[in-house]
Design a protein around this ligand. Sequence first.
Ligand SMILES: [Zn+2]
Length: 72
Amino acid sequence: MLIKIKCPKCGIEGSLSLTESGYQGPYRCWKCRELFTIKIDNNELKSCEPLSQEEFEKQQEIEALKAKFKQS
Ligand SMILES: [Zn+2]
C-alpha cells in the first residue's frame, strides 16, 4: 500500500509504502528534507507534526535499542 503524503512545508507530494494499514513514526520529505512525525490510520494520513533532527535521532536510538533486545 502506497500512502501519499503532502509535505506541509514545501507542498510537494511524497509517498510511503506500508505493509500495514496503520503507521506512526518519522517521515522525511524527499525534497526539502524536513522531518515530520506522521500518523496513518486505515491508510489515511491523520496527523503530521514537525519533528526536529534531535528528536528524530532520539527515536532512531530507541528503535535500535528495541531491535537489539528483540534479537537477544
Ligand atoms: Zn517538503
